[in-house]
Design a protein around this ligand. Structure first.
Ligand SMILES: Nc1nc2c(ncn2[C@@H]2O[C@H](COP(=O)(O)OP(=O)(O)OP(=O)(O)O)[C@@H](O)[C@H]2O)c(=O)[nH]1
Ligand SMILES: [Mg+2]
Length: 446
C-alpha cells in the first residue's frame, strides 16, 4: 500500500488519447522528474499542459495534458496524476516505462480501485459496481452498475444493519448490567416482531436481487421438441438470421446451436437442440443426450410442438419430461392449423414465416416484473446474494429459537451472525484472499 503505482488506464491501441495513471505518496514528485512544468506547488484538481521529456536524452517524448489530484480527494484517496498523452501504444508504453524507472511500481489489475476501498473511500459493493459498469453491455446492466457506484447497496442495508446493531447492543447491556434499569429489558415478545420484520425485509431484498441477477446474466433458454417440429426455424426467426440449418429431414440438428436476443430488458441465451426421439444413429444419439442435458440446465424451456398435427407419444413424453420446469408450450406451423381449438393452451406461431410475435409478447410479459424492479436499489451479484442468504438463515434460526422459548442471550448469537453477514456485503468483515481474487478481475489501470 505504500508503493506508488502506475498503469496504462486505457486500451493499448491506436486512438486519439491514452491515459497513464499514477497514484501514491510519490506520484507528483515522480511525474515532476519527467514533466516540463513543476507540479509541486500546483493546486489540486487542475490540468496542466506540457511535455514529457526523456530525462537521459532531454528529448521530448510527447505533448501531454496532466491532471493533478491530491489526497484524499482522488479516486484512490492518494495523490494521483493522470497523464493524457497521444494514443499510440509505443508512446504510451514509453511514458509508463519512464515512470517505472523513476520509482513507480507497475499496478496490479484492479489495484487503484482496491486502494480506494482500503482507504475507505468506497465500500466493497461500490468497488464491484465499478467493475460491473466497465463490463456492462446494455442499458439495464449499466443502470444497475451506476446505482451501485453511487452506494445504493450501503443505503439499502444500513437501516437494517443499524437496527440490528442497536438491538444487539441493548441485549448485551441487559446481560452485562442486569441492574441497569434505564435500558429497556428485551423480552421475546418485543424481539420476535422485530425479527419477523427483518426477515420480511431480507426476503424482499433477496427477491429483488434474484430478479436483478436474471437481468444481468440473462436466461438460459432451451428450444426442445421432437424432430422436424421447427426448432431451428424458431431459433433463426428469433435471432433474425439463418444461424441453424433447416431442412425437412427429421434429425437435422445434432449439435447445440446458440445465440442471444435482447428482449425489453432481458437477455435470452437461446439454444437450439437435436430433436428428441428414439434413434439408432450414433451421432444423433449423442445430440439427443445433449438435448436432455439442456433440459436439465435450462432456466426456461420453449417446448415446440407441431401445430399442424395431433400430438403423438413422442410429444407426450416431452410434455411429461419438462412438466416440472419453467416452460412455454409453443405450437409451431400454425399456418397449417385449420382450427386452433384442437390444441390446449399454448402459444401459436409460424417460425417459417417469421410469425412469432405471440411468443415474443409472452416472453416480455413473463419478465416484465424483473425489468420493473431494476430502477430500485438492490444487491447485485452472487457474492452479495450469497451473504444475504446467509444472513437470512441466521435470522431464521433466531426466529425459531424465539418460538422455541430459548433464552434471549442465545438468540443473540444468531443475530450477531446475521449482522456479520450483512456487514460483510459491504466488505467490512473481509478476508484478504477473497479481496485479492475480487480485485484481480479488474482491468489494469482501474
Ligand atoms: N409450414 C411450416 N413449415 C415449417 C414451419 N417452421 C418450420 N417448418 C418446416 O419444418 C421443417 C423442419 O424445420 P426445422 O427448423 O429444421 O425443424 P427442427 O425441429 O429443427 O428439426 P430437427 O433439427 O431435425 O430436430 C423444415 O422443412 C421447415 O421449413 C412453419 O411455421 N410452417
Ligand atoms: Mg433443427
Amino acid at each position: 500500500m505504500n508503493d506508488t503505482i502506475a498503469a496504462i488506464a486505457t486500451p493499448l491501441a491506436d486512438g486519439a488519447i491514452s491515459i497513464i495513471r499514477i497514484s501514491g505518496e510519490h506520484a507528483i514528485s515522480i511525474v515532476n522528474t519527467l514533466f516540463t512544468k513543476n507540479l509541486e506547488q500546483c493546486e489540486a484538481n487542475t490540468i496542466h499542459y506540457g511535455y514529457i521529456m526523456n530525462p537521459d536524452t532531454q528529448e521530448p517524448v510527447d505533448e501531454v495534458l496532466v491532471s493533478l489530484f491530491r489526497a484524499p480527494k482522488s479516486f484512490t484517496a492518494e495523490d494521483t496524476v493522470e497523464i493524457n498523452c497521444h494514443g499510440g501504444p509505443y508512446v504510451t508504453k514509453t511514458i509508463l516505462t519512464l515512470l517505472l524507472s523513476k520509482g513507480a511500481r507497475m499496478a496490479r489489475a484492479g489495484e487503484f480501485t482496491q486502494r480506494a476501498f482500503l482507504h475507505g473511500r468506497i465500500d466493497l459493493t461500490q468497488a464491484e459496481a465499478v467493475m460491473d459498469l466497465i463490463k456492462a453491455n446494455d442499458k439495464a446492466k449499466a443502470r444497475m452498475a451506476i446505482n451501485g457506484i453511487r452506494g445504493s447497496v450501503a443505503k439499502l442495508l444500513e437501516p437494517l444493519i443499524n437496527e440490528l446493531l442497536d438491538m444487539i447492543a441493548n441485549i448485551e447491556v441487559n446481560i452485562d448490567y442486569p441492574e441497569y434499569d434505564d435500558v429497556e429489558q428485551i423480552r421475546s415478545d418485543i424481539l420476535l416482531p422485530k425479527v419477523n420484520d427483518w426477515l420480511t425485509r431480507i426476503d424482499d431484498m433477496i427477491k429483488k436481487a434474484e430478479s436483478g441477477a436474471i437481468m444481468k446474466e440473462g436466461i438460459q433458454t432451451a428450444i426442445i421438441g421432437k424432430p422436424n417440429v421447427g426448432k431451428s426455424s424458431l431459433l433463426n426467426a428469433m435471432l433474425e438470421e439463418e444461424k441453424a440449418i433447416v431442412t425437412d429431414v427429421a434429425g437435422t440438428t445434432r449439435d447445440i446451436v446458440e445465440g442471444s436476443i435482447y428482449l425489453a430488458g432481458v437477455t435470452l441465451h437461446l439454444i437450439d437442440t437435436a430433436g428428441i426421439r428414439d434413434s439408432e444413429d450414433v451421432i444423433e444419439q449423442i445430440g439427443i443426450e445433449k438435448s436432455k442435458a439442456a433440459i436439465e440446465q435450462a432456466q426456461l424451456i420453449l417446448l415446440v410442438l407441431d401445430g399442424g398435427n395431433p400430438l403423438d407419444d413422442n410429444d407426450r413424453e416431452l410434455l411429461e419430461m419438462t412438466s416440472d420446469k419453467d416452460r412455454l408450450i409453443v405450437y409451431n406451423k400454425c399456418d397449417l392449423i385449420k382450427k386452433r381449438s384442437q390444441h390446449e393452451k399454448g402459444i401459436f406461431i409460424s417460425a417459417k414465416n417469421q410469425d412469432i410475435d405471440e411468443l415474443l409478447q409472452a416472453l416480455k410479459k413473463r419478465y416484465e416484473q424483473h425489468t420493473a424492479v431494476l430502477s430500485e436499489p438492490m444487491l447485485n451479484n452472487e457474492r452479495q446474494i450469497g451473504l444475504i442468504k446467509m444472513a437470512r438463515s441466521h435470522m431464521a434460526s433466531a426466529q425459531q429459537a424465539l418460538l422455541d422459548g430459548i433464552q434471549i442471550d442465545l438468540v443473540e448469537i444468531d443475530m450477531q451472525a446475521a449482522y456479520q453477514s450483512l456487514k460483510e456485503i459491504l466488505g467490512e468483515y473481509h478476508r484478504d484472499d477473497l479481496l485479492d481474487t475480487l480485485f484481480a478481475n479488474f482491468c489494469l489501470g482501474k
